[in-house]
Design a protein around this ligand. Structure first.
Ligand SMILES: Nc1nc2c(ncn2[C@@H]2O[C@H](COP(=O)(O)OP(=O)(O)O)[C@@H](O)[C@H]2O)c(=O)[nH]1
Ligand SMILES: [Mg+2]
Length: 246
């Protein structure tokens, strides 16, 4: 708890057996109340390991439904558990759990209702081994998206995100894509509702188990980001109405 806020950490997992324990052990349990692990039909022993570690809330998808679908299960469960502050952390040990208190405090003190751990603030991304093409694409897509959405984030693509309960209750994340573009749709929904987003500098590590998205999936994601940005712009200017922004 932080004040009267129940803190729930959600771990959207896919083949995270090699990194789950390391990630889990660094979660600051002095303030974190509940951990939710959603296993998207991994081919390794992610769910079994979760049980062994003592994670109370484990949801196993019967079929592989995708990263967006995984997060839908995460947030549904976190809300059901009565979470006031919900923090999504990838169980691939790419982002440090040690930032959870900082992110949670910003929300608990009602400074901002959403906080992102940014790899682009500071010089962490390239130093941490982010592939150069991903870095350049990240910067270019972020520039384009800021322009069309009238915002000034350092990046829209981090996998480290904290939300207040109110935000999750007020955006329709359930109608978003089941694929990676879910993340980007969600941030555009947050901005569409007029919420502000804070960012904290976050170190990142790239190693084999922490990064599996290949070039062609990245291209698909990049095109999706352009689509989301254009949709937001058209919605705001009244040119068209999109379901995700209703
Ligand atoms: N549910 C689900 N998650 C996936 C799938 N592929 C990757 N992920 C997860 O999506 C997140 C981001 O993928 P990752 O390969 O780490 O991307 P990168 O770190 O940005 O290069 C990680 O938490 C992965 O476990 C999938 O097919 N289904
Ligand atoms: Mg990763």
């Amino acid at each position: 708890m932080l004040g009267n806020n129940k803190i729930v950490v959600v771990l959207p997992a896919y083949n995270a057996e090699l990194t789950l324990e390391k990630t889990y052990r660094e979660i600051p349990f002095d303030i974190v109340d509940e951990v939710v692990l959603v296993d998207d039909a991994s081919s390794d022993k992610t769910a079994e390991l979760g049980k062994k570690l003592g994670i109370k809330h484990i949801i196993s998808h019967v079929n592989n439904r995708g990263y967006g679908a995984n997060q839908k299960s995460c947030y549904d469960k976190a809300l059901e558990l009565g979470g006031d502050i919900i923090i999504m952390l990838h169980p691939d040990y790419q982002y440090t759990p040690k930032l959870i208190p900082s992110m949670a405090f910003i929300i608990a003190h009602k400074l901002y209702p959403v906080v992102l751990g940014s790899r682009i603030l500071g010089k962490g991304a390239l130093k941490g081994g982010m592939p150069y093409y991903k870095y350049v694409a990240n910067r270019a897509l972020t520039f384009f998206q800021n322009l069309l959405m009238g915002q000034k984030l350092s990046e829209y693509h981090t996998g480290y995100r904290a939300f207040s309960r109110e935000v999750l209750e007020n955006i329709k994340y359930e109608i978003n894509s089941d694929d990676f573009i879910f993340d980007n749709q969600m941030l555009s929904q947050v901005f569409n509702k007029g919420y502000e987003i804070a960012e904290v500098t976050c170190p990142t590590k790239y190693f084999d188990e922490a990064s599996s998205i290949n070039f062609s999936r990245s291209v698909k994601y990049g095109l999706g980001v352009i689509g989301v940005s254009l949709s937001f712009f058209m919605q705001k200017t009244g040119l068209y109405r999109f379901k995700i922004f209703e």
